[in-house]
Design a protein around this ligand. Structure first.
Ligand SMILES: [Zn+2]
Length: 305
């Protein structure tokens, strides 16, 4: 008689053994022969992982396991990018406190990660909504404020009346909020800004030495948004070419995006949400820091010259 294999039972058996033996636990107090592997943390704003998470974390697990098998003391931590507007909006919609909602999602997603057989050192787990973590963000912010690198000023922003929050340019599609579909308004609000222009030159020159794909480096250069003047010839009304100097930025990056071109419904110029200054207030500071792992991937970031 042929006995059928039960893969789910085999998975459970070994996953339980790994958990009991704490095979992924690493003592990080010792140096040498080490390998630190950090995948991006998922957002626990949705109640489940999706296939894209699976692809991302299974690939990461394969790299981590390869390094362990090669004899390195590999450290593979996991945490939660949990300080987000989506979780807050979902909590408002469901009437559940954001903390309760977020922690329940984390518990569910953690089970899902375990069921994929991924090995993480869960003793080092943290969530960015935890005060023991974000107190360091606050500490860093105060250091920047003391040095004049964080400042307040009034500037126009994309405002979604439905979500009652500020949106990044990328979150505005055809004048509407990409989440709620509400018509986006442009409002003048007092906001916090980081004076990243002070570092534009250093950021740009450091990009040259990075072994990143050229496409990603181009995106970074566009985000940094430094522009230099350039002279180019123009034509006179009589169509006779004349060498008239005009000053203009060297490129117009938003034209590269056809689908996600930022626009405002009332025709005012879209607010300066990225580029020479990065707003510290508003909906998604994370979106200014790095591309979102899902929908944002592949979209061209805009920068206002
Ligand atoms: Zn909205």
């Amino acid at each position: 008689m042929v006995e059928r294999a039960d893969p789910a039972a085999i998975d459970r058996k070994w996953q339980r053994r790994w958990e009991e033996a704490r095979v992924a636990y690493v003592d990080t107090s010792h140096g040498g022969n080490k390998f630190y592997f950090l995948n991006m943390f998922p957002y626990p704003s949705a109640s489940r992982l999706h296939v894209g998470h699976g692809r991302n974390y299974i690939l990461g697990d394969a790299i981590y396991r390869r390094e362990r098998m090669a004899g390195l003391r590999a450290f593979n931590p996991m945490g939660w990018d949990a300080f987000g507007l989506p979780a807050e909006n979902a909590a408002i919609a469901s009437g559940v406190h954001p903390r309760e909602y977020t922690l329940a999602n984390i518990a569910r997603m953690k089970e899902q990660l375990a069921s994929l057989g991924l090995l993480y050192d869960w003793s080092k787990e943290f969530a960015s909504c935890d005060p023991t973590y974000y107190r360091w963000n606050q500490w860093l912010f105060l250091r920047m404020w003391e040095r004049g690198l964080a400042y307040r000023k009034t500037a126009p922003v994309n405002w979604c009346p439905g979500c009652r929050t500020v949106l990044a340019n990328e979150q505005v599609i055809d004048g509407r909020c990409d989440r709620s579909g509400d018509l986006v308004e442009v409002r003048d609000l007092t906001q916090w800004f980081f004076r990243i222009t002070d570092y534009a030159e250093r950021l740009l020159s450091a990009l040259d030495g990075l072994e990143w794909p050229e496409r990603v480096k181009t995106m970074q250069r566009t985000w940094i948004g430094r522009s230099e003047s350039r002279r180019f010839p123009s034509r006179s009304p009589s169509s006779r070419p004349v060498r008239t100097p005009f000053l203009a930025p060297p490129f117009w990056p938003w034209r590269r995006s056809t689908r996600r071109r930022p626009c405002s419904p009332n025709g005012r110029s879209a607010p300066r949400r990225s580029g020479s200054s990065s707003s510290a207030s508003g909906a998604s500071p994370g979106s200014s820091a790095r591309p979102k792992e899902e929908k944002r991937r592949g979209s061209t970031r805009v920068s206002w010259p």
